[in-house]
Write a protein that binds this ligand. Structure first.
Ligand code: SF4
Ligand code: SF4
Length: 289
């Protein structure tokens, strides 16, 4: 099975629109994973139907037993995240501020503190017309997004359905969720746009991907909005020896399809035809049937 992640160096490039379109274009059995766990929305474009939901316990938090606490204040004094306050001679932990480092548990003289699992999101399995979709929602303010991405990928791969392709909608940026997404993939498609920020972030994300050795391809979305910068991106890709496999023009039909919550490939438009050309190029490069 080929593992292909659609990623972008920055948000707003149209990455999820591209992923949904590729999913709809692939006629062969495939598995889908949305690893943009902080803002997952592939399910909206694929009209996903939820099959099951599992709480995600990615981190621990301090729990203080008020019956054993002496109120000595040692934990509050040493917690560098300010997560503990003393109220009425009893320590109270604010889970939102706790990083789960465990220092309070170690220093407490009365054994009142224990680290307990914290539910920091939900992992979903859904059905779509394009194949089973694994996705998740990380609750605001919670960490461990990289671990959650791994959980989403593992759940997708455990599917009993045979498949030639695992198609992943990755997160934007170059942080922990991206690294977790790219590790173990065979190929990545970087979606960029013709702007200086797009060019800058494209360089950064290619640099990160090169540490993991997937094949790297580039797609320029809305390329005709700034042809000069699009040409600079193409020249940069040639220098970096990264093939540009698609150029999607600005197309109001794309915006209309996204607003309607359906893949762009369900319409006949310049954007849809350009994405179909990109899929053909990727299919050939990755030897997909
Ligand atoms: S586990 Fe660490 S961050 Fe959380 S309350 Fe204890 S000392 Fe503070
Ligand atoms: S260190 Fe232990 S006994 Fe002291 S305030 Fe904190 S929880 Fe209570």
């Amino acid at each position: 099975m080929i593992r292909l992640a659609v990623i972008s160096g920055k948000g707003g490039t149209g990455k999820t629109m591209v992923t949904a379109g590729l999913a709809a274009l692939n006629p062969r059995p495939q598995l889908l994973a949305d690893c943009d766990v902080e803002a997952a929305n592939l399910e909206l474009l694929l009209s996903a139907r939820q099959v099951h939901a599992t709480p995600f316990e990615g981190a621990e938090t301090a729990s203080i037993d008020p019956d054993r606490c002496w109120g000595c204040g040692r934990c509050a004094e040493l917690c560098r995240f300010g997560a503990i306050a003393i109220r009425d001679v009893v320590a109270v932990c604010e889970p939102r501020d706790c990083e789960g480092c465990g220092l309070c548990e170690r220093v407490c003289p009365s054994g009142a503190v224990a680290l307990v699992p914290r539910t920091s999101g939900v992992v979903y399995q859904s059905a779509t017309d394009c194949g089973p979709l694994s996705h998740a929602q990380l609750y605001p303010g919670n960490g461990n997004s990289g671990l959650m991405v791994q959980t989403v990928k593992r759940q997708a791969e455990r599917s009993a359905d045979p498949a030639d392709l695992l198609l992943i909608d990755g997160p934007p940026g170059t942080g922990c969720p991206l690294i977790s997404t790219v590790s173990g993939t065979d190929a990545v498609l970087v979606v960029t746009e013709p702007s200086l920020a797009g060019l800058h972030d494209l360089r950064r994300v290619i640099g990160v991907c090169r540490r993991f050795d997937p094949r790297i391809f580039v797609l320029i979305n809305r390329w005709d909005l700034d042809r000069e910068t699009a040409a600079r991106i193409e020249a940069e890709c040639a220098t970096l020896k990264v093939p540009v496999v698609g150029r999607i023009p600005f197309d109001p039909a794309v915006i209309a399809a996204v607003r309607a919550g359906r893949p762009i490939t369900t319409t006949d438009s310049p954007g849809s035809r350009a994405l179909a050309g990109c899929w053909e190029a990727l299919r050939r490069e990755l030897s997909l049937a």
